[in-house]
Design a binder for this molecule. Sequence first.
Ligand SMILES: [Zn+2]
Length: 93
Amino acid sequence: MLSRAQEARVREVLGSHPPGTPPAYCLEHLAARTQIPVAHLADLAAFVRNLRAYGACQIRYGGICDAGGHETGRLLTSGPPTPIAIQVVRDLG
Ligand SMILES: [Zn+2]
């Protein structure tokens, strides 16, 4: 299991990108970006699948990891195409 703080960092990294195509992260680079130990990659994978179920991120298998600029055949995750929910929260705040 990831801690609440780790989960919050994942949401923030995936949810805060400029308008346009969100950058894709492989699990390793997402973990590095969110300070999650490599030993918890399986937990991170489970969490992003959960986020996708709620439409909070996208997942694909294989492609370019924008965070590291490398190609991978494994899981890549990126934020939603348009961070609508975040924009609404900002407008209300
Ligand atoms: Zn990567």
